[in-house]
Design a binder for this molecule. Structure first.
Ligand code: ADP
Ligand code: MG
Length: 309
């Protein structure tokens, strides 16, 4: 499949602040991808750069192997941003028709109504008179007006109730099935998990995970066995233990990321290691995620304290 979004070492600095730090990824035609990150992680900045609304400080962005501002690219891309200033004093219908007129193959009004849930009575309203929910539907309609192949959605469901959210994702999935490539941001882990085929996780402007929800869950939810050493063993020794995926050692505190915590504990006991204060932490995905995102110190739930004398 063709690569249609490509970021190479993209960095965005605002004065001293690095909002996006050396981000690289590529997206293929037909993918449904979530960019998942806490508030301030750099999602909107990344999206603005992809849409060509903001220039990277360093690095390159290309859409359909071209610059984001290339005419052929603009024809094929739709975007729904978080904060939008729609043109006041136009009626909804006029604004949509204006945007449609920019495109060669716009979506028909009837399809737009169907897809976005805009009601006909909202049609003749002036845009400044719309409620929050109506504005969102209008923005969605504007993003879809040109019948784009590639759709960017920046936290599209914030403020929606459960039903609206379900309807929205049903439509988006429909569009994805038709072959459209969808890239959306969210700070809801559950939403990314349910909707996306691939999640790119960002934290403090950096990509910290990229893969299918299953892959990321597998990676994030591995249990960890932690203990204090009474005598010091070399880190390479721990690496040779079976059922160990990863070793972290800080002074006498050792954390082993386990592929199987029970089996690993058995190994540790069998070998009669000179250690104490053994803990097993079974990270729940939500907790591991928020830990990863907020850089808080530890995951403390599901903790079992054992003492191996
Ligand atoms: N125009 C700007 N000027 C200065 N700082 C900005 C600007 N836009 C975003 N930032 C900062 O960059 C970081 C990332 O912001 P943003 O991309 O909006 O994050 P997200 O969309 O993930 O919440 C934040 O710390 C934010 O305050
Ligand atoms: Mg944002």
């Amino acid at each position: 499949m063709q690569t249609i979004v490509e970021l190479k070492n993209v960095t965005k600095e605002f004065q001293q602040k690095k909002a996006v730090n050396d981000v690289s990824f590529s997206i293929k035609q037909g993918e449904m991808v979530a960019i998942l990150g806490a508030n301030g992680a750099g999602k909107t900045t990344t999206m603005r750069m992809m849409l060509g609304l903001m220039k990277p400080t360093r690095g390159t962005v290309s859409l359909f192997q071209k610059d984001s501002k290339h005419k052929e690219v603009l024809e094929r891309v739709g975007g729904m941003l978080q904060e939008v200033s729609v043109m006041d004093s136009l009626k909804v219908k006029e604004l949509i028709q204006l945007i449609q007129s920019y495109y060669q193959h716009p979506l028909e009004l009837s399809s737009l109504l169907e897809l976005t849930g805009l009601h006909e009575e909202e049609w003749n309203k002036r845009t400044e008179k719309l409620s929050g929910g109506q504005k969102r539907r209008l923005n969605f309609a504007l993003a879809l007006a040109g019948n784009p192949d590639l759709l960017f959605l920046d936290e599209p469901t914030v403020g929606m109730d459960v039903t609206a959210r379900e309807n929205f994702w049903r439509k988006i999935k429909e569009l994805n099935k038709q072959g459209k490539t969808i890239l959306f941001t969210t700070h809801y882990l559950q939403e990314a998990d349910e909707v996306a085929e691939r999640i790119i996780m960002i934290n403090k402007g950096e990509v910290v995970g990229d893969g299918t929800p299953e892959h990321l869950k597998g990676k994030l939810t591995k249990p960890r066995v932690r203990f204090q050493e009474k005598i010091s063993y070399p880190i390479d020794f721990y690496r040779t233990l079976p059922f160990v995926a990863e070793v972290q050692k800080e002074k006498e505190t050792v954390t082993l990321v386990a592929t199987n915590a029970d089996q690993l504990l058995k190994e540790i006991f069998d070998r009669q290691l000179n250690i104490h204060h053994i803990e097993v932490k079974l990270g729940r995905l939500e907790e591991v995620f928020s830990q990863l995102m907020e850089d808080t110190k530890e995951v403390d739930s599901n903790e079992h304290l054992l003492d191996a004398k």
